[in-house]
Structures are given as C-alpha cells and as structure tokens.
Ligand binder design. Sequence first.
Ligand SMILES: Nc1nc2c(ncn2[C@@H]2O[C@H](COP(=O)(O)OP(=O)(O)OP(=O)(O)O)[C@@H](O)[C@H]2O)c(=O)[nH]1
Length: 372
Amino acid sequence: MKPVNNEQRLVATQEIAWARREDMVYRGLVTSIPWMALVNLCFAVMVYFRNILFNQIDAQYSVAPQLARMMDIFMLGICLLSLSLIVAAWRKFRWLSGLLILLSLIWSVSCFYFIVHWRLPFSWPLITILMLTALSALYFYPRGLLAYLLPLWITLPLASYFRNQGFSINFFAVWAIFTLILVCGYFVLRRWFDEAWRRNQQNKILIARLDALAHQDVLTGTANRRALEILLNQASGQNAAFSLMMLDVDYFKRYNDRYGHQAGDECLARVAQALKNAVRSPDDMVARYGGEEFAIVLFDATDNACEDVARRIQQALLQAAIPHEDSSVSKFVTVSTGIAAYRAGQNAQNMLAKADEALYRAKEKGRNGWSR
Ligand SMILES: Nc1nc2c(ncn2[C@@H]2O[C@H](COP(=O)(O)OP(=O)(O)OP(=O)(O)O)[C@@H](O)[C@H]2O)c(=O)[nH]1
C-alpha cells in the first residue's frame, strides 16, 4: 500500500499549483472561452436583428431574400457553436479546435458576403475585433488560436481581392500591419503565460519543501507525530493491513544525565538512523512520536515480520554501539518495542494505545526486547 498521507498531500498541492501545463491551459480556457463565446454570440445576435438595429439594412443594401435567409441561418449556427464552445471548455476542450474552425469558417463566409456583396463598411472592424478577441482568449492555446484565426485571416485578402477586382497594394500593407500586430501580441501575451507557468513550478517546489518540513522531525529527519497520525487515520480508515511498533529508548533520562543533552540529541539521531535502516519497504514509515519515543508503521506485515524488524533494530543498535554506561540492561543504547497489529474497526487512537500497552509489557519483561 502506498503511504496514503502522501497522496492526500499531493492532492492538496495540486489544488494550489497545477501539476501539468495542460491543467493550467484548461483552467485558462474555462475562464476565457465563455467571454469569447459571448462576443461571438453578441455579434451574431446583432447581425440576426440587423433590420431592427440598423433601420431595415437589408432593404437599404438591396440584399436578395435568399442571401438574407442564409445569413440568418449562419447567425443561428454561430449562436449554437458559441454555446457549444462553453460546453467544450468544460469537457476538457475535446473537439474545441474543431468548433473553433467551424465558427471561424461561418464568420469568414459571412464576412466575405458582407464585404463583397453587401459592401458593408463595418465588416472590416467586425473581422478584426473577432480576431483580437480570439487572440486574448486563446493566446495560451496555439492550436485553437490558429484554428480560429486562419480562416478569417485568409478571408481578409480574399475579400479585398474580389471587392476591388484585383490586388490592392494599400490593402496588403494594412493586412501586413494587422498581421504584425497579431503576431507580436501573441508573443507578448504568451510570455506572460510562460512566466506564470514558471512561477507555478517554483510554487510547487516550495510547497513540497514546506510540506516535507511540516511533516518531518527536525532532529532525526524521520516523519513527525503529525505525519504519523495522518497515516494511521488514513490506513485504519481504509481497513489496510498494517502494524504499529512503538519504541522507547531504554533509560534515556540516565543517558542525558550522564552524557549531556547535546549528546542525547545526537544519540536520538543515531537511533533514528538505525530504525530507518531496519525497515525495508519505502512505504513503511519511521516517525518520532515524541521525546525518546519512536513509532514504525509497517504495511502488509505479519506478526512474525514485525518481530523480525524488532530483531533487526536490536542488532542494528548493537552494531551502532552507542555507549550507555548507566543503562541497567546493556553497555550500549537499546530500545524496548511494543507491537500492535491492526484489527478491523480500530482507529488510530486504539492502535496507539494498543502499541503503548505492548511497549509497557516489553519494559516490564526487562527492556531491550519486544512484546505484542
Ligand atoms: N536529549 C534529548 N532528550 C530528550 C528529548 N526529548 C526527551 N528527552 C529526554 O528523555 C528522557 C525521557 O525520560 P523517561 O520518560 O523517564 O524515560 P527513560 O529514562 O528512557 O526511562 P524508560 O523509558 O523507563 O527506560 C527525559 O529526560 C527527557 O528530557 C530530546 O529531544 N533530546
């Protein structure tokens, strides 16, 4: 079993910082697509109600009824596509680029008719506003941006060509300037996004460091009591198979009294190292429970396996040979260990109490040993 507290912390980290760049792009799209859809929708509604808003414009420009009907259908299509855009952004932008290109194609054909057949002067600003809107809503999503911009961008010279019955050098100069504005805008805006992403990465590292510090015991480098309790709560909540060992350094008060508090600290760090060496799986947790008390959580370990670990710890400490002249059980520093296996229905507090009772029995038996 994976250490569940780590997973929990990872989720918390992801809420603060995006794990992948796509997650940040997705967040950006969910925020900006509704606005882009609104702009498209508003313009489509304005074109649909053009005769009311612009004083019977179809009659003024002698628009053929079939063309007017086609335009109405196009505008309804744009309204539908605009609403679909919002849904697509929510659904993790599946088929978003497809919708964008479709939307842009309908606008392109419509604007082509506006310019070439109706000769409406405000078609040019309409196209440029649509393109600039797309730029500010999609600059961090190049595929979608290109899907929307390309048809409109090609429509501009095409419409000019058919409108003027030939190439106009003046128009191409304006078109080139507008293209330059778009390209520069894209790179400038994109820089902001990249910068935000870099900051996000730095935040993630910082959060991970702070998180490690908040769950680590400074003196011994093991997990601290808080991390232990989180893990025990999670593991018992999931009915995982695990055992808890509580370890207490024998006669540690005497150690401090004889060698001094500073040496006592060093002793605790060395004991912690011996404990870490004795557990094998990376999923097991060694924690400092408080003072000279440690705890070890072993996953999927039988009672015999726990006793093996206790034995390995005893041997590791014997090898470490930390002198303890005032101990009544050995010349070296030793520990007493209480072992408790998880039974269904128990919680973290029951487990700690059970392991503590077993530790008490180990001490009663004469220390430097273990009990279940
Ligand atoms: N150096 C040092 N000592 C600590 C630390 N935390 C607790 N202690 C000391 O550990 C000692 C624990 O004493 P007791 O609870 O009587 O336990 P003990 O002397 O080990 O006796 P038994 O557990 O019965 O073997 C106290 O003297 C505490 O001051 C620490 O971080 N550093």
